[in-house]
Design a protein around this ligand. Sequence first.
Ligand SMILES: *Cc1c(COP(=O)(O)O)cnc(C)c1O
Length: 470
Amino acid sequence: MASYTGTGDAGPADEEQAGTGGVTSDGTGAAARRDRAVRAAVEQGLLGPASPIVGLLDITGIRASAAALRDAFDAVTAPGTPVLHAFAVKATPLVPVLRLLHAEGIGAEVASPGELALARAAGVPPSHTVLDSPAKTPAELREALALGIAVNADNPQELDRVDALVRSAPTRSPLGLRVNAQIGGGSIGALSTATATSKFGVALRDEGAREWVVRAYLDRPWLTRLHAHSGSQGVPLELMTQGIAHTYELAEEINERAGRRQIDTLDIGGGLPVNFGSDTHTPTYAQYARLLAATVPGLFDGRYGLVTEFGRSLLAKHGVVLARVEYAKSAGGRAIAVTHAGVQVAARTVYAPESWPLRVTAYDAKGRPKTGPDVVQDVAGPACFAGDLLAEGRSMPLLEQGDYAAALDTGAYYFAHHYTYNSLARPGILGFGPDGADGVRFAVVRTPQTLDEIVAESGGAHPDALTDSL
Ligand SMILES: *Cc1c(COP(=O)(O)O)cnc(C)c1O
């Protein structure tokens, strides 16, 4: 196996984004870049009365996070260790983002035919792609094995299907099994993958399960990987690390009973939580890698290749949704800014505001950060239900008609995850970076959805389906 990212001689990875073009881990660089981009978007007419909502992606920041991830693991792995960092496509399913990450040495973790299609459209090669979904059909498995994509089977029935495929045709796909060490959940139930009753993987602590897993490997010499993904937003690093320690110990046991190094690669998943409270990156990849290395040193001594599957932590802090304040009003003494960003771009925050609070900042009509006394206000979205609020009772400079509200840290699991409530259009997404002359250059990542597209995606080709034929 060839090394994917290059390893070994990276410098100290103490600073999350040290050495990457003046980008700092405390986020001052990111905030300044964001402010300049908002101003430039307004000045260049990309945001305004006629285009009242847009998502922006900070190309410099994405590159810096990719570098921080590579450096963090390079700093703790033995030279020559093959390491594949596969971006969890579900976090930001956008082809140009996958292409940018690919250019930065990051592969793709996919979990559906759609995500695989996106990774392929971005040019991510099969050797840098991992398929993990919990509900793979026989057709999906057959395609993955034909392409040589790494596959982690989720359960015994899926392993049966893989057995049949492996018997019927040779494959280059590295094959593994997903396990759940049942270490317990984090603070967000819906995102906790390692609870006793989680739907993912083989539950290791269930009666007989561990022995079943060991036998599954002993019976299948081609099963060479072991996969666990126990982290997520709300899960502390120590708990994530514990899950990986259990997975490592299981691999050691299997290899010992096999009498050879049958498992040659451990896929440790993603799940690094993100700080949604400020521009500071914390925890950092470097902190996580160092904690892993201190807790599970055998993971990095070169005997195992490594796969990681980070999603949120690579992209979240590099996206922002900008939405024009269409109206500013007040009700019951509460100031309310009615903007164009709500449940359609921030479904999690709107439906579960306690778990997913977002920072919202205010810019004036020219795109300059607003100053002035803090006023308690609601930042509302455009959808027709009362709970459609990006922020409720938030203290910030008063948003007035024609201003812009910015929902920060929305680069992962937000604006690319459109929710079609009220048939609100998917907003356009622009990447931004320096133009080389002290200005900001934008690139179209996704065009806004058109009304024709909304009609077409809403049965527009079949208007008489229910009236004529029945
Ligand atoms: C969602 C997911 C990831 C990415 O999780 P993040 O919290 O976004 O880092 C990685 N692996 C698997 C199997 C997943 O389901």
